[in-house]
Design a protein around this ligand. Structure first.
Ligand SMILES: *Cc1c(COP(=O)(O)O)cnc(C)c1O
Length: 362
């Protein structure tokens, strides 16, 4: 068996221990004589799996009792519609556009009501987070929306926006469980799990109970109502059962590693190795404003497209894969999620140093 260092932005690296455990349980899950994939979602064994997953997530994130945890399908992108359909009572919402994902969410919301773009960093190709301390929040806004970590551009909100009392809705797909969060500051926290938690097919929504109502936009399909899923404990219909089982294992892995405080420390240490090198390198440099740098997604360039391509090719051959930047940005991007070991980043930097020495223009 030979595993590569996988720097993919998503679907992304998962803890080897989790994959091994899932492999060991593949044919016979704890004496049931079947795989979790083959199991009824109404069975006793599965009930334990989903309940434990929720309890562990609640413990990790210290989620208060007045928030529901929902395991849904449709990816983060489906939430772009589900959020306005369920939350736009006044048909008004304010969006802070700091990247492609926030922009897509904003465009989707425009279908359902009056979405206001109250701040944006598009003027500098989303390379920074705008000052959000005193934005023109609409008096009748139903919520204020952000994408907390911008997967493509590699920026992260270090301070949450001042929403002036409006509920904050945050897409945390690419920073989910990477550090502690104060859940009480949000109305909705959601993310697709395929970046930092589990396999594609599950989206987790953590939503304050008072935001879950019958009062949704006319025509909202049953499957897109938070209330249906909340009332049924995420078992209204067949959930993405196997994916939730893997997420549950990752939650246990995170608890064993000391929880989110410990992950934050580890992630900071890991990211620093790469950022310190980017700051001193004469060949490679980072592309975003330093104070807004993400701990999870690190874009960088040489400034020469041919050299970028050469680097990606040689890195791949050396076992550092999926380093090509997003198609809209170019260059490189190293996604260094929870499950990327520190050795992976150390070895990548060694490789970059060697590449720099061999390729510096004279
Ligand atoms: C990947 C990503 C998405 C899209 O996720 P899907 O599950 O593919 O819909 C949305 N937001 C962010 C921040 C992402 O990183």
């Amino acid at each position: 068996m030979s595993r590569v260092y996988n720097f993919s932005a998503g679907p992304a690296v998962l803890p080897e221990e989790v994959l091994q455990e899932a492999a060991d349980e593949m044919l016979d899950y704890r004496g049931t004589g079947m795989s979790v994939m083959e199991m009824s979602h109404r069975s006793k064994a599965y009930d334990t799996i989903i309940k434990e997953a929720e309890a562990d997530l609640r413990e990790l994130m210290n989620i208060p009792d007045n928030y529901k945890v929902l395991f849904l399908q449709g990816g983060a992108s489906q939430q772009f519609a589900m959020i306005p359909m369920n939350l736009m009572k006044n048909k008004v919402a304010d969006y802070i556009v700091t990247g492609q994902w926030a922009k897509k969410a904003y465009q989707e919301a425009c279908i359902y009501g009056k979405a206001n773009k109250i701040a944006s960093s598009e003027d500098k190709t989303f390379s920074y987070i705008p000052d959000c301390s005193d934005l023109p929040i609409s008096d009748d806004a139903d919520y204020v929306y952000i994408c907390e970590n911008n997967t493509i551009y590699g920026t992260k909100f270090k301070t949450l926006p001042n929403t002036k009392g409006k509920p904050l809705v945050a897409d945390v797909s690419s920073c989910f469980l990477s550090e502690p969060v104060d859940v009480t500051k949000y109305g909705v926290i959601y993310g697709g799990v395929q970046k930092n938690i589990g396999p594609a097919g599950v989206v987790i929504v953590i939503i304050r109970e008072d935001l879950i109502t019958e009062d949704v936009l006319p025509g909202t399909p049953t499957m897109l109502r938070y209330k249906i899923h909340a009332d049924n404990g995420s078992l209204y219909n067949t959930p993405p059962a196997y994916g939730i089982y893997i997420c549950g294992k990752v939650f246990k892995w995170l608890k064993k590693r000391g929880g989110l405080e410990a992950m934050k420390e580890y992630n900071e240490k890991k990211a620093k190795i790469l950022y310190d090198y980017l700051d001193e390198s004469k060949l490679f440099h980072g592309t975003v404003r330093k104070e807004d740098r993400s701990l999870m997604n690190v874009p960088f360039v040489t400034g020469d497209e041919e050299l970028d391509a050469k680097f990606v090719k040689e890195a791949t051959a050396a076992g550092f894969v999926n380093l090509k930047g997003h198609r809209t940005v170019g260059g490189m991007r190293a996604s260094i999620y929870n499950a990327m070991p520190i050795e992976g980043v150390e070895k990548l930097v060694e490789f970059m140093k060697a590449f720099e020495a061999a390729n510096m223009p004279v």
